[in-house]
Ligand binder design. Structure first.
Ligand code: 13P
Length: 229
């Protein structure tokens, strides 16, 4: 199973350092088959050591150049980062990333052979229309995306379940993952949206779930580690 912590705009360089120290104390007890990822904010990227993968929440699809406010490959290389989140609903919604932008970013980091955790998810009004509408919406988020890419992991994160404390139901996760698995040819598929220590057992026991992408419940090591220990 994959347990990925997306800090979003939380934690500082200093608090991430403490987080990593505490996380490392817990990681010795995890199942060696399980993989842990952390995605701190860009200012907290560093050369951390430990049995986890350090990834970046976002980057600009360029090696370097005149892209004010962005970071590119050169800044990631400094810390040997080879894992990136692309397509998170918060970037699509609040930062205005279109499918075209997202797919260009995907192609660039694919060319760099990055491990890509590609995020998709539908808003509530689409979920309320029923399963077919959901699948149609999710399939559109694969436009321009090479689903055959070998370093691809997909994260299904229904927007209405993110940060709301209301995770999708077992049936909703199960049916959506079953359908998505066919689209991505069996590649690893994570669930995200209010995953926490209380519902984790249930979520990871669903067929077609290969792990979780966790926001709020990942911010404290104590809470996050309960999910994989
Ligand atoms: P929450 O776990 O806070 O719902 O966030 C999920 C998420 O968006 C992870 O990328």
């Amino acid at each position: 199973m994959i347990f990925a912590a997306n800090f979003k705009t939380n934690h500082t360089r200093k608090s991430t350092e403490y987080y990593v120290q505490d996380l490392n104390k817990k990681l010795g007890a995890k199942d060696p088959e399980d993989k842990v990822y952390i995605f701190p904010p860009a200012t907290a990227l560093d050369n951390y050591e430990g049995d986890f993968t350090l990834g970046v929440q976002n980057a600009y699809p360029a090696v370097n150049g005149a892209y004010t406010g962005e970071i590119g490959l050169e800044q990631l290389d400094e810390f040997d980062i080879g894992t990136i989140l692309i397509g998170h609903s918060e970037r699509r919604e609040h930062l205005g990333e279109s499918q075209k932008t997202v797919s260009e970013k995907f192609s660039f980091f694919q060319e760099q052979n990055f491990e890509i955790i590609y995020c998709i998810g539908e808003p509530l009004h689409i979920r309320e229309k029923g399963f077919e509408a959901v699948m149609q919406y999710l399939l559109a988020q694969f436009e321009g995306i090479d689903t055959g890419y070998e370093n691809l992991i997909v994260a299904y994160e229904p927007i209405w379940a993110i940060g709301t404390g209301r995770s999708a139901t077992v049936e909703e996760i199960s049916s959506t993952h079953r359908a998505l698995k066919k689209v991505i040819d069996g590649k690893p598929l994570l669930y995200g949206g209010s995953a926490n220590p209380s519902n984790i057992k249930e979520i990871i026991s669903i067929a077609g779930v290969d792990g979780v992408l966790v926001g709020s419940a990942s911010l404290e090591v104590e809470k996050f580690s309960k999910m994989f220990l």
